[in-house]
Design a protein around this ligand. Structure first.
Ligand SMILES: Nc1ncnc2c1ncn2[C@@H]1O[C@H](COP(=O)(O)OP(=O)(O)O)[C@@H](O)[C@H]1O
Ligand SMILES: [Mg+2]
Length: 259
């Protein structure tokens, strides 16, 4: 079984911090799905995606089990980073490698024995669609900003690691265009799980997993009922982005701005 053959990842429910069963039986994630995980700090959001990342088998604090195509996944998925079908990107994802961006990507491409020659440029171009601060191939990895690093890691996960599932743990307000990330992952038919407090990301997701006291307290499937709110939040986001760019460029913002 390789990662291209992943049709679904299933989360089987466990228990919350008080030992009570979670409020779902199973959550099935398929290519192209976007889920967000919401809930207060300490409610178990990171634990939920960590269970997926490590393919929990009723062996973590939550008691959840993760299946791939309905079965326990093979050991390589857990042990071999090159075979792992899941990429986890967090606020703290950093690259300590003392390499230039293009050298880092070339090393990664080589380690995966990929023959495609254009992949370095393709990955940087994709990363640059996710961030307003353009990444130059000759810059050192350690010199990238947080937003540039996360953009590059998402692009790398899409093009080089080519994992079918990408997990993002609270990377909002961190210099990436979330709507572009979501659209691109859908285009590439990747599944995405976003731990988030961001209204736009939550409203753009197909499903919203609500966490409470270490367990899932509900799974919301708006199916279009939130479209009005989504349009509003997209409009507001556009205004915010424009203002941010104007302020960064040293401009004053006077007069009519809500257009
Ligand atoms: N179902 C659970 N049972 C026991 N401990 C849990 C459970 N879910 C989460 N925890 C623990 O609670 C703490 C907070 O959870 P975490 O996932 O970091 O919250 P969040 O990301 O929402 O802030 C962590 O130490 C985590 O291991
Ligand atoms: Mg967390």
């Amino acid at each position: 079984m390789n990662s291209e053959m992943i049709e679904e990842i299933t989360v089987l429910s466990g228990k919350n911090r008080s030992g009570e069963p979670e409020n779902f039986d199973e959550i099935i994630i398929r290519p192209g799905d976007t889920l967000s995980i919401v809930g207060p700090t300490g409610s178990g959001k990171s634990a939920f995606i960590t269970d997926i990342e490590i393919f929990a088998r009723n062996d973590t604090a939550t008691g959840r089990t993760i299946l791939v195509n309905g079965e326990h996944p093979p050991e390589d998925y857990i042990r071999d980073p090159a075979k792992k079908p899941v990429a986890l990107i967090t606020q703290n994802t950093k690259c300590l490698a003392d390499l230039k961006v293009h050298e880092f990507l070339e090393m990664h491409i080589k380690s995966r024995r990929i023959a495609e020659t254009e992949l370095t440029g393709k990955t940087i171009d994709l990363a640059n669609e996710f961030t307003g601060e353009k990444i130059h191939p000759d810059v050192k990895m350690t010199a990238l900003s947080g937003g540039q690093t996360r953009s590059l890691m998402v692009a790398d996960a899409i093009t080089i690691s080519d994992t079918p599932l990408i997990l993002l743990d609270e990377v909002e307000n961190a210099g990436i265009f979330k709507d572009r990330v979501i659209e691109t992952l859908k285009e590439y038919n990747k599944a995405l799980i976003f731990v988030t407090h961001d209204p736009m990301v939550s409203l753009m997701s197909d499903r919203r997993i609500v966490m409470k006291n270490g367990g899932v307290s509900g799974v919301l499937e708006p199916n279009g009922r939130e479209d009005e709110a989504l349009l509003k939040v997209i409009e507001l986001d556009r205004i915010m982005c424009r203002m941010r760019e104007q302020i960064r460029a040293g401009e004053m913002i006077c007069g009519q701005v809500f257009t």
